[in-house]
Design a binder for this molecule. Sequence first.
Ligand code: OFO
Length: 169
Amino acid sequence: NRLSKKIEKILNKQLTKEANAAQVYLAYGAWADSEGFAGIANFLFRHSQEERNHMMKVMQYIMERGGRATISAIEAPSEDPKNLQDCFEKIFQHEIDNTNAIYEIVSLAQEEKDWATWNFGQWFVKEQIEEEALVLDLLDKLKIAGGAKATQESLYYFDSQLEQKEDEA
Ligand code: OFO
């Protein structure tokens, strides 16, 4: 059965949200690079690509279910972070907002007994656990590196660690 209009709408909203997330990570990557954090920039660029993959995943699902995927404008990212701590905190907040958006999709799917969408949403529920844990891990590591009082040397080490951090799905 085809997607209901309501489900189609919420999925298209998510499609745009993922595109926006890709844009935010891209902007923060450019900022990190300009601050001399090449490793962190690289990590953020890879993550931007991951968000774009999420966007495609939602888009393909809408089409698979006979819905109409719509592409809308992407917002300009907000201003640059003040520092690394601020950067990771903003990203964390972003991921929490996204988790809530995913929960809305799953709840609506449950309400409508659209079990295919419910099941589709579960992939993102699991993904969001990883994404939030990943950012929390960055915040922890930054704290260990000295947080706001981190020396150039410990930040350099932190940065080089992220250069190599493995990618996920
Ligand atoms: Fe950062 O996550 Fe997409 O969904």
